[in-house]
Design a protein around this ligand. Structure first.
Ligand SMILES: NC(=O)c1ccc[n+]([C@@H]2O[C@H](COP(=O)([O-])OP(=O)(O)OC[C@H]3O[C@@H](n4cnc5c(N)ncnc54)[C@H](OP(=O)(O)O)[C@@H]3O)[C@@H](O)[C@H]2O)c1
Length: 258
């Protein structure tokens, strides 16, 4: 199957990294200029379209309508369009392309590059064979969740933007241990080991214990962890995290209206 990217920025690169070892998949892209990526570059949109079975709309939300208008001039009924564009619904794309266009809306994250994405999936043609092939391709890049489109805004906040929020928290940890005066690479290595160890503790422990129990097992009455957790509770940091996710969700909703 031939996969064509319209736009070859951060996400397209990550998807390509995740899929490049797959046998039977070939890749090419169209962008405003040749990114010297080593992949075939198509300077004309119609040439990328002719090459591709699956077309990834890996462009920014503000560029989507312009690209969809250009696509209207070319034949595309045998293609599958996959849109990861934040806030843009299948109905939005159908406003530009014929209703017979086969559309998949996804919300992946940058971990597609390591086949560790959590990806939301919706389509207007669930029974189409090519759509099912796209689903299996995405499933090879991590976990895929079929969702109703109104749920994409919350999903985008938690799983699309989520890696940035988790990293922002880890950055606070890293900044705190600058007091040790260690080289930058060592600080990163220490925070990484902390994260990996914690995730391992979570993944092993959650088979038999709740998150509350796992947290409880690290704290003892009157101890250091308890002091930090009391601060966390008293300053309503869980509510603050919820508000952060809500801000991202609302922004996704607004972008859908724009
Ligand atoms: N990054 C993420 O973590 C992530 C996660 C989930 C979903 N998404 C969604 O994925 C989409 C792409 O995000 P991104 O982070 O990959 O953006 P990006 O790095 O800015 O890449 C966008 C690409 O689109 C190209 N482009 C813009 N206008 C174009 C046009 N008219 N014709 C051809 N190519 C054009 C840009 O080329 P130039 O460099 O030449 O301008 C660039 O290569 C967004 O809609 C975003 O909502 C991103």
């Amino acid at each position: 199957m031939n996969h064509g990217f319209i736009g070859f920025g951060h996400l397209a690169n990550a998807i390509y990294e995740g899929l490049r070892e797959e046998e039977d998949l070939r890749f090419g892209y169209f962008a405003r200029n040749d990114k010297q990526s080593g992949l075939p570059f198509f300077a004309r949109l119609e040439d990328l379209l002719a090459f591709s079975d699956v077309i990834w709309l890996t462009i920014k939300p503000q560029d989507l309508s312009g690209i969809l208008q250009q696509l209207q001039s070319f034949p595309y009924t045998d293609k599958v369009f996959v849109s990861p564009v934040a806030g843009k619904s299948i109905a939005f794309i159908e406003r530009y392309l014929d209703k017979s266009a086969t559309l998949v809306r996804i919300m992946p994250n940058m971990a597609v590059a390591y086949r560790k994405s959590v990806t939301a999936f919706a389509t207007n043609r669930p029974d189409d064979e090519k759509v099912q092939a796209v689903y299996h391709t995405l499933a090879s890049l991590g976990k895929v969740v079929r969702l109703e489109e109104p749920q994409f805004d919350l999903f985008t906040a938690v799983f699309g933007s989520g890696p940035a929020f988790i990293l922002a928290y880890l950055k606070a940890f890293k900044d705190k241990i600058r007091a040790f005066d260690l080289p930058e690479t060592v600080l990163d290595a220490l925070v990484l080991e902390l994260s990996e160890g914690t995730l391992r503790y979570y993944s092993e422990g959650c088979r038999s214990q709740t998150l509350e129990e796992l947290i409880g097992a690290i704290s003892s009455k009157g101890g250091t962890t308890q002091a930090g957790l009391d601060y966390f509770r008293d300053h309503r940091l869980a509510e603050t995290a919820d508000e952060m996710l809500e801000a991202a969700r609302k922004r996704s909703e607004e972008m859908g209206r724009g």
